[in-house]
Design a protein around this ligand. Sequence first.
Ligand code: AMP
Length: 312
Amino acid sequence: MWSMPLIVTGTIGIDTIHTPTGSAEAVLGGSATYFAAAASFYTPVRMVAAVGGDFHDGYRTTLSRFPEVCIEGIDVRPDSKTFSWGGRYMENMNVRETLFTELGVLAEAPPATPQRYRDSKYVFLANTHPGVQRELLEGFPNRAIAVADTMNLWIETAKDDLVALMKQIDGLVLNDEEAALLTGRRNPITAGKAILDMGPSFAVIKKGEHGCIMVHREGIAALPAFPTDLVIDPTGAGDSFAGGMMGHVARTHAESHFGGEGVTFDMLQQGLAHGTVVASFTIESFSLDRLAELKKDAIDERYRQFSAAVQI
Ligand code: AMP
C-alpha cells in the first residue's frame, strides 16, 4: 500500500480547550494530527509538520498509538515552540471562539518534505498558512488529487495566497461560515459554486452538527452529521472528517483505478460518509483520546448504523 500513499501537511498543535462540561490543558491537537489519526484507519498516512523543543515524549507516545501514521516527516526545531491554540466552546457546541493562537514554528520556514515522500499520490493540505500550503504542494509532482482546508484567520489575513492556491487544487474543504466569508455568499450551494469558479473541481462545505454539502462540477451531494448526543469536545471534527474522507478516497482509488481514471464523484461522495463517521468518534473525548483506543470494527459498525439512518 505504501506505493500510493496519502500525505498530509499542516499543523501539530498543543491545544487548550474549554467546553461547557470541562477543560483540557496543553493536549495534543493540530490540523495534520487529527487528519492523520483519522485517515490511518483507512490507509497509511505520511505526516509533514514542524514542532518545537516543547514537543515532549508524551505527545510522541500519543502519536505512536496510530501505527499507520508515519512521523518521519516531523521536523523538530529544538529552539522554537510548537504551534499552540486555545479555544472555548459556547453552550451551543457549534460555536467556538479562539482564545489565543501562538504561531511558534508556523511563523518560520515550512517543514521540509522528506525526499522519499515526493511520490505521494493523495495530498491533503490541512489548515495552515495558504502560502505554506502552496509551497508544500509543489513537493508532490505525481499527485492524483490535492485537497486543501482553510479557515477564517487565513481568509482574512492571506486571501491572495489562498486565491492562488485554489487555482492549483482539486478540492477545498471548509465550514459554512468560512465559505460565506470567502465568497460573500451565505447560501452554501451558491458559495460552493463561487468556489468552483475560483479553480477547484469540488468544494465540501461542513455545517457542524447539520452535516455537509459537496458542490462538485458533476453534481451535488449532501449528508447529515452522525446523529449523536455524545459531544465532549468538537475540536478536530473537521480535520478528522477530512481524514476519513481522504483515507477512503486514497484506498478505493488505489485499489480500483491504479494508474487509470481519476478520483470519481462516487468515491468522494462515499468519502463524505466515512469522514462523518470517524469525526463522530473524535468528538466523544478531548484531544485524540477516543481515536487512540478506536478499532476499525467500531467504525465499520457505526458506518452501518449511519447508512441505515440516512436510507431513503
Ligand atoms: P478543527 O476543530 O477541525 O477546526 O481543528 C482544530 C485544530 O486546528 C486544533 O487542534 C488546532 O490546534 C488547529 N488550529 C487552530 N487554529 C489553527 C490555524 N490558524 N491554523 C492551523 N491549525 C489551527
